[in-house]
Every structure is written in C-alpha cells, then in structure tokens.
Ligand binder design. Structure first.
Ligand SMILES: Nc1nc2c(ncn2[C@@H]2O[C@H](COP(=O)(O)OP(=O)(O)OP(=O)(O)O)[C@@H](O)[C@H]2O)c(=O)[nH]1
Ligand SMILES: [Zn+2]
Length: 248
C-alpha cells in the first residue's frame, strides 16, 4: 500500500554533521552545523538553514536560456576569444544548456521525485544504499565537485523505493552547493519521506576547485557526514552503518 509522503520536518535538535579532509566521518566532529553554527573560519557566509528550505521553484529556467547564452558569449569575449569563430559559434548556447543540466535539481521537488513510492513494511533493520555517484557544482567557484554518497536509515514501518535514495541525491547535488549542506539536505529529505528512527549520510567528494586551481591538491578528498536520530544517539548503530559503508 502506498502512502502520501509526509512533510513534517525532523526535530531541529536531532541533527549533526561533520566534515573532514582525508579523514573518517564522525557523528560529532568539529564541524557541527546543526543549528547553523559553522566551524570557525569563513563559515559565517554559510546559510544552512535557509538552504535546507530550498524546495522552491525558480521561474521556468529554460526560458532563461537566451540570457544565459548571452552571458556565456560575453565571457568568451572577456577571455580574449573571438565568439564568432566557427568553433565557438554554438558554444554559448551549449554551455547554457550544460549549466542548466548541472543545476537541474532546482527543477525538482522531493514530493515529485518520491512519487508515492513509500511502502508500509514491518521492517526495522538498517537499510543502506552506498556508493551512489554524485556530481555537483561548487557554489564558490562554479566548478564541479564529485564523488559518492552512502545513505542508511532505520525504518519505522515505512520503507522507501530504493531508487528514490539515488533520486534524492540528484535533487540536491544538481544545484550550486557546498558539500556539508548537500549531506544535510539528503539526510533531512529521507527523514521527511519515511520518518525513520534515524538517517545517516556520508559523502566523499573531490573538489575541482582544490585540484585544478587554488591549493592544487590532486589527491585530497573531503568526507562529510550527517547523523540523525538513532545514528546520532547510538554509537553501535552508527558503527554498524560505517562498517557497512566501508566494507567492500
Ligand atoms: N566548507 C566548504 N568549503 C568549500 C566547498 N567547496 C569549496 N570550498 C571552499 O570555499 C573557500 C572559498 O575561499 P575564498 O578564500 O573565499 O576563495 P579562494 O581565494 O578562491 O580560496 P582558495 O580555494 O583557497 O584559493 C575555499 O576554501 C574552498 O576550498 C565546500 O563544499 N565546503
Ligand atoms: Zn570551489
């Protein structure tokens, strides 16, 4: 039997997330963002709470394609290129379409993606879908970051169609993002969908802004986690999830 997805937000005090570069994920790491409290340096610019509400619909974005293409045309000229040379003639339009695709998550809502694929099932053991590929766009530099996402939840008599976990990753990764917010948004979305006893999300990302430019650290990976409910409160549940995620 299918049920309409519930929309109740999770308890605000039941959330933590942590971030580490080339390190393991912890539920209670230094980068607590639960209440908008960011780690010390630079994070006053972050607006986690605002962005968790980002299920709004911008005006039909395809209608903006000509404006976007014109902007890319100006960019080509500013680079010192000749936008009229044959190889570049269609580039502004192609680039605009590509950017629209990279950010297509803005066109999707959680409710639409779930499509009522929520099933009553007396299953109360952990469900984990791991290594879901993710491609996103760094909101600071407009260059990609990519990696994989692992999601676990402990159902409370409601389970989610498995593909919907990957679709939730798409909704929030195909936007301008920071990895910490992406991690949290995925966890909150699963909570909204099935009100489980807890949700755990681990994201491992490679940021091209740290690889191709800036500090140019080719091998660095950023690991972030969000642990809600029992995954936050019960170390054994968290450990079981992390063991499953790290097993081959
Ligand atoms: N926390 C977080 N930071 C990110 C993410 N993506 C990019 N950044 C960081 O955003 C910061 C922006 O720093 P700024 O000093 O304003 O910009 P910048 O001069 O281009 O910084 P550098 O990358 O150090 O050259 C950098 O430290 C990036 O590494 C992300 O997903 N999460
Ligand atoms: Zn960046």
């Amino acid at each position: 039997m299918k049920e309409a997805p519930a929309t109740a937000p999770p308890p605000a005090d039941a959330t933590t997330a942590s971030g580490a570069t080339n390190g393991s994920a912890h539920a209670n790491g230094a980068a607590k963002i639960a209440n908008g409290e960011g780690p010390s340096k630079g994070h006053e610019r972050c607006t986690f709470h605002h962005d968790l509400e980002l299920d709004h619909r911008p005006p039909v974005r395809e209608a903006m394609l000509p404006d976007m293409a014109a902007a890319y045309g100006q960019l080509l000229a500013a680079l010192g290129e000749n936008p009229q040379r044959p190889g570049l003639l269609k580039t502004p339009e192609r680039a605009a379409k590509a950017m629209l695709f990279f950010t297509k998550g803005y066109d999707q809502s959680l409710e639409e993606v779930l499509n009522d694929a929520i099933f009553d099932e007396e299953h109360d053991e952990m469900v984990v879908v791991k290594d879901i590929e993710m491609f996103s766009m760094c909101e600071h530099h407009l260059v990609p970051f990519y990696g994989k996402v692992s999601i676990g939840y402990l159902p409370r008599n409601k389970i989610l169609g498995l593909s919907k976990l990957a679709r939730i990753v798409e909704i929030y990764s195909r936007r301008l993002q920071v990895q910490e917010r992406l991690t949290k948004q995925i966890a909150v979305a699963v909570t909204k969908a099935v009100q489980p006893a807890g949700v755990a999300v681990v994201v491992e990302g490679v940021h091209m802004c740290m690889v191709m430019r800036g500090v140019q650290k080719v091998n660095s990976k950023t690991v972030t986690s969000a642990m809600l409910g029992v995954f936050r409160d019960d170390p054994k549940t968290r450990e079981e999830f992390l063991n499953l995620v790290h097993s081959k």
